[in-house]
Design a protein around this ligand. Sequence first.
Ligand code: PNS
Length: 164
Amino acid sequence: MREKRAIYPGSFDPITNGHLDIIQRGLKIFKEIIVAVLENPKKESLFSTAERVAMIKEIFASEPKVKVKSFDGLLVDFARKNKARIVIRGLRAVSDFEYEFQMALMNRKLYPELETLFMMPSLNYTFLSSRLVKEIYMLGGCIKGLVPETVENYLRHKFSKITT
Ligand code: PNS
């Protein structure tokens, strides 16, 4: 194995069991995965960058092979800075493909040594997205099995603050 480290970037607002599934699959291939949480002031997020990083750190507290960092600016610059040449992205359905294809090829143009590796999550998670989790939770639906308990706690805390 030539590449020991991979980056798994995303908004993770919040991280879901689908993301965890991809990380677990990635750990079968790489010795270290850096979960790179996008810090994007233009993109409205429910959780702050610090909260998203804290949640993921808590979830992987006993897994030293998973590191969690935030980044702003270009992903390719983050990859260079962290000496990583593999980016992992999850592909749930054909509808993900066009955006992912465009991003992978643009990243390759910016950093030719960077490879994007697409991984398919378990079928159980192909319908899952952070956006749907937030919507279901806000409308009082059940999100058991869709996110880790840590995320459920953060959601509960966030909405108790918003509604009181
Ligand atoms: O979870 P998401 O929102 O699908 O993740 C998208 C992410 C963070 C991978 C993408 O927006 C990104 O890499 N942003 C950093 C800025 C950048 O490098 N833009 C050019 C991409 S070709």
